[in-house]
Design a protein around this ligand. Structure first.
Ligand SMILES: CC(C)(COP(=O)(O)OP(=O)(O)OC[C@H]1O[C@@H](n2cnc3c(N)ncnc32)[C@H](O)[C@@H]1OP(=O)(O)O)[C@@H](O)C(=O)NCCC(=O)NCCS
Length: 168
């Protein structure tokens, strides 16, 4: 397995990431609610939004097997709030057959390295308070809960997992 950026000229790769975003919603929110939240078309547009530098400074990174088949992905970008710029990891997914082999850990390290290269002082992600695998992954990497609140669309309690980044 290795990581590479999604190829914007390969619609199948954009489709893969959008489908996995949908699978994440189903896994975290349940089949009925998760599937109803966003259409495949909307999710593909969301992936494309991250690929256009006119919108945001971001990367869509795939984990691929030796034969170049995607088995996971993450999307991360630079965001701003009242305290300034920070790194946001917006989504991560690993196909069930490839889990517990360190794929998500490698994707997280990739995001942190990129954030550090952009001299961002901190980074975070948001997830459901019941997403124990993801919370465990971030906890072992030094993240702590920094905020929480209900998702406006689903009423699910969301937690922000955040950590300070070391300067290079
Ligand atoms: C959460 C997820 C990304 C983890 O992917 P993964 O590649 O299996 O994770 P890794 O193998 O890199 O795990 C690294 C560490 O995270 C923790 N972890 C990962 N999955 C875990 C689980 N199911 N239960 C408990 N801890 C877990 C462990 O500390 C693990 O180390 P270990 O395997 O040595 O115990 C994956 O389960 C997934 O895709 N879930 C559905 C999508 C999702 O919830 N995405 C986040 C939405 S915001």
């Amino acid at each position: 397995m290795h990581l590479r950026d999604l190829d914007p000229n390969q619609p199948a790769e954009i489709e893969f990431v959008a489908q996995r975003m949908r699978d994440t919603l189903i896994e975290v929110e349940g089949a009925e609610r998760g599937a109803a939240l966003y259409t495949q078309t909307w999710l593909e547009a969301r992936v494309r939004w991250h690929l256009d530098p006119a919108n945001t400074i971001a990367r869509v990174v795939l984990a691929v097997t030796e034969d170049n088949t995607p088995c996971g992905h993450t999307i991360f970008r630079i965001e701003h709030d009242t305290r300034g710029a920070f790194g946001l990891i917006s989504t991560t997914y690993v196909l069930p057959a490839f889990r517990r082999h360190g794929v998500a850990q490698t994707l997280l390290e990739c995001a942190e390295t990129w954030f550090t290269g952009h001299k961002l002082p901190r980074c975070c992600t948001w997830t459901s308070s019941t997403n124990h695998p993801l919370i465990a992954l971030y906890a072992r990497n030094g993240y702590e809960e920094a905020d929480r609140g209900p998702n406006d669309l689903t009423d699910t309690m969301m937690v922000q997992l955040s950590k300070a980044l070391r300067r290079l």
